[in-house]
Design a protein around this ligand. Structure first.
Ligand SMILES: [Zn+2]
Length: 186
């Protein structure tokens, strides 16, 4: 009777541990960190994963667009979106524009340094000139972009280029006076 109890107990323990082993470990998406269903976290995360992006890289990119000083002559992306909606038919769609400035959480380099978003006071900001028909069409002209990035945008763009992989652009530095030659010591 006692040995039967032992057998049953052993069987129970074996079954229980087998069940524990069989339970799949929760897999987390390397891009957004949420639990992955059926080995896939949706088309957006799959796309970013294929680009070699991870949660750490995306967080660094988000951090890179954060600035401490409010950019002058800039409008919020929300306001730009409103403007685009009011000019539907003549203006590009907001999704095309989001792509031009590198995605909501920047995951790619903006198509031009002048489209680098700056994040401050809970908003992403872009040059106000983009809220004009001529300005927003700049986003589609590639090399023919006439808008100049601000120094703040250039600095952020270069940070993004390092994080996301891409060429940095030279930052013009004010000419420094030539240092006088050290007189030769006798
Ligand atoms: Zn995900």
């Amino acid at each position: 009777m006692f040995s039967m109890f032992i057998v049953l107990f052993t069987l129970f323990v074996a079954l229980f541990s087998a069940k524990q082993v069989a339970t799949p470990k929760v897999q987390l998406c390397i891009v957004c960190g949420k639990p992955v269903k059926n080995g896939n976290c949706g088309p957006h995360c799959s796309k970013l994963a294929k680009m070699g992006l991870t949660k750490t890289i995306l967080q660094a990119a988000k951090q890179a667009i954060m600035v401490t000083t409010q950019p002058v002559g800039f409008i919020t992306v929300a306001n730009l979106n409103l403007w685009l909606k009011n000019h539907k038919g003549n203006a590009p769609t907001i999704s095309a524009m989001v792509k031009a400035f590198g995605g909501d959480n920047p995951y790619m380099l903006p198509t031009h340094p002048a489209f680098t978003p700056l994040y401050v006071n809970g908003n992403r900001w872009l040059p106000a000139v983009l809220g004009t028909l001529a300005g927003c069409k700049n986003m589609y002209n590639g090399a023919k972009v006439t808008i100049k990035p601000t120094a703040q945008q250039l600095a952020v763009y270069n940070k993004l280029a390092v994080i996301l992989g891409g060429a940095t652009v030279p930052v013009a530095t004010p000419a420094t006076p030539a240092t006088p030659a050290t007189p030769a010591t006798p």
